[in-house]
Every structure is written in C-alpha cells, then in structure tokens.
Ligand binder design. Structure first.
Ligand SMILES: [Ca+2]
Ligand SMILES: [Ca+2]
Ligand SMILES: [Ca+2]
Ligand SMILES: [Ca+2]
Length: 404
C-alpha cells in the first residue's frame, strides 16, 4: 500500500487561511520588452502598500539578495539547515529599508519575515512566491531551481471560476498552422502536420484593481480529436513542476502577427499550441516537433476538443468541427498501391493498427527496431517511433506517437 501524505501550508499574506488573489501564474508568458520568459512563481497580490509577509513554513534563511535594484530583494528560507540540496520557499519584492529577516535566521511558521516593497506600477504591489531548491551554506547568486508551483501546496485554494476559451482566429475557436510555421490553414481543408492553437485564460474569481491583471494562464490543458479516427486525450501542458523559465517559451505559446501572445501590465493574451507535446508533463524543445498528423486520418469531419483546468480543479472544454482533406496524399497512395502504409490511431495509447501490403519495421527514437512484421496490430510502449517499409528505397515512413 502506498500512503501519500499531502502537506499543505497557508498563504504568505494575511489572512493566511483565506485564498488570496493572484496577478501572475506559474509558467505564465511574460514579456516586458526584453525576451519572453515563463513566470517562475505566483504573484500574490496585495491590495495596499507595505503589506507584512509571513513565513508559510518554518526554516532557515539561506538568501537575502536582490537581482535588480531596490524592487527585487528576496528571502529564500530553506526547510532546514544543511549545506546539501534542500527545498525552500522564495519570497520576493521585500522592502530592504524596513524590518526583514536575514541570512542565518531561523524562522517559525507564521512569523513576520518582512514587508512588501512599494511597487512602481500603481496597484501591482505583490509577493513573488515560489518553491525552489539549491545547495550550499549561503545561497549568494539566486541561481536556484524553480521546482514546484505553490498552488499545488498552498491551501485553501478556493478558485471559483472555470477557465475561459476565446476565439483564436477571427470567429473560430481554434487556429490551425502547418507544423511550427505561421502558415495558417482553413479549418475546412486541413492537411499534413497541423499545429492546433487555443486561446485560453483563467482567473481566480477574486477582483483586482485592473481586470487585465486577473487574466492568468490555466493550470493544465489537454486535447483530443474525434471522428473516423480518434486521437485519445493527450496532455498538452501542466504547470506544476520544474520550470526552466527561459527555455521553450515558443513551444507553449504561439506568438506571431495572427496569434499574438502578450503578457505585460497592459495586455494578457495567451495562445497555446496544444499539439506541441509528446504527452508527458515535461516541456522540452523536442515537443515542438509534434503536431496533428492528419495524413494518418481519413478525409472527413472531426471534432477537435480542448479541455483546460485551473489549480482548484475547475475545468472547461470547447470544441470545433474541422475537415481533413489530404487530397494529395490520397492520390499518391492510389497510384502506388503496393506502397500503402496507414497507421492508426496516431497518436495512440499503445495499440496501433498498421495497414500495408509489405513488411514493415518499427524503429524507436534511439534507432532500435522495436517490432517488425506485416500489417496488423502492434502494442508499443509510450514514445515516438517511425514505421518504415522494409527494404524500401523510396523511404515511405510514418511517425507514430504513443502516449500514456
Ligand atoms: Ca479559475
Ligand atoms: Ca507578442
Ligand atoms: Ca514533453
Ligand atoms: Ca508543432
């Protein structure tokens, strides 16, 4: 038997047992004029200036430093004293000119540790709050890892609203691009490798002085496709764990002249490329290679369905009817009947059917032959594979994605 202990903490601003409004979420797109990045924390909003900040957990102060001027001083409070790797809470935007804890101080849960700095954007006073990890006697450089979304630990999190879908492309719910390009495709004639883009935001249900700041990213997004062939539910993104905040922003967010993702004080528009996933929870550069491989789906009508969740479990789904028209591919297959190679479903959850009149090899991502034989059913572990016709010098192949 596995017993799972879930340890929760209160909030770092009073009242600590009441859900506080948020102004930026974990992994949220940010661009204040430099390079875009993923927000490595949650911003707990303060309705007045100089609000007191309280430790959510006992520990020892390992860092008191600023990453930029007077506005960006931060405390890192490790769970316990050690020079080895240890998890900690990060409390940023602490006023350096008022009382605050210092390196080496031990801190009790609920203890006052400092006061929020007055923020230069009126009304945006906030605590940048994150779960981090580092090692050493003193953490001098602020080069720690951002390891966990605080909303997975903090309680209560009484977010009362569902995520909201907005139109991504004119009056259409979703937008469709040739994989990793800005070549937008009409939804009535999708073909080839297609990225699906959905515009989504969430809020906590708690008002802020500027409604733009209430627009957060959701916690989790999934997509699926239903029609003559189905693509089973696939995890697109989940914003709960390790965040490499300067990497792979463009794997998650579409940002071009049509789907123009924005995240600053004046505008927050989030366009998610829901097909950029291998199905796992890690956001990697290789995820961008993935798309809806429509040539594995017979021509016809399909429902594209996207579901978004917030960290409190509220969910919303939306769908759009589209048409696959792989005209060129079909003509090619009709002319070369002996070269038929149809793989379905794709992506699959493990069981795939291969239609071909020739022998095939299934090759995994490291180049090993995972299976070989004639047409029929194959069961594959999660991963990316290529099916190739054996002995074929014209290189007819299909990529298969098997998700958990
Ligand atoms: Ca919500
Ligand atoms: Ca933009
Ligand atoms: Ca991944
Ligand atoms: Ca892609």
């Amino acid at each position: 038997m596995i017993v799972l202990f879930i340890v929760t903490t209160g909030w770092p601003l009073a009242p600590v047992d009441v859900t506080q409004p948020l102004g930026n979420n974990w992994g949220e797109y940010q661009n204040y004029g430099g390079s875009p990045y993923l927000h490595p924390g949650v911003d707990v909003m303060a309705d007045t200036v100089h609000r007191p900040v309280y430790a959510v957990q006992s520990g020892v102060v390992k860092a008191w430093l600023t990453i930029s001027g007077d506005y960006h001083w931060r405390l890192a409070i490790a769970d316990y004293e050690t020079n080895d790797s240890v998890e900690a809470w990060l409390y940023a935007h602490i006023d350096p000119y008022q009382f605050h804890k210092n390196i080496g101080d031990t801190v009790a849960e609920g203890e006052l540790i400092g006061y929020l700095v007055w923020w230069p954007v009126a009304g945006f006073d906030h605590l940048h709050f994150a779960r981090i990890k580092d090692e050493g006697s003193v953490w001098q450089y602020g080069d720690w890892a951002f390891i966990k979304n605080p909303l997975t630990i903090i309680a209560p999190y009484d977010d009362t609203t569902k995520p909201i879908f907005e139109n991504s492309y004119n009056n259409d719910k979703f937008a469709f691009c040739q994989n990793n390009t800005s070549n937008y495709l009409p939804s009535q004639s999708l073909h080839g490798s297609v990225d699906i883009i959905a515009k989504i935001f969430d809020d906590t249900g708690l008002p802020l002085s500027n409604p733009v700041w209430e627009r957060l990213i959701p916690y989790k997004i999934e997509y699926e496709i239903h029609g003559a062939e189905n693509a089973p539910v696939s995890l697109s993104f989940i914003f709960h764990g390790i965040l490499e905040h300067t990497n792979n922003v463009d794997v998650i967010y579409k940002d071009d002249g049509v789907c123009n993702t924005e995240g600053d004080y004046g505008s927050r528009e989030y366009y998610f490329i829901v097909t950029n996933t291998d199905g796992d929870s890690l956001i990697e550069s290789t995820d961008a290679a993935h798309a809806w491989e429509t040539d594995d789906f017979p021509d016809g009508d399909y429902y594209v369905i996207v579901t978004a969740f917030d960290a409190a479990g509220n969910s919303q789904r939306d769908s759009m009817l589209v048409t696959v028209a792989n005209v060129g591919v079909q003509e090619h297959e009709a002319q070369t009947e002996s070269y038929w190679l149809i793989v379905s479903p794709n992506p699959s959850s493990g069981l795939i059917a291969i239609e071909t009149e020739r022998m095939v090899k299934i090759i995994d991502a490291s180049g090993r032959v995972a299976a070989s034989g004639s047409g029929g059913s194959y069961v594959l572990a999660p991963g990316v594979y290529f099916v190739v016709l054996e002995g074929d010098d014209s290189l007819i192949s299909r990529k298969i994605v098997v998700v958990r």
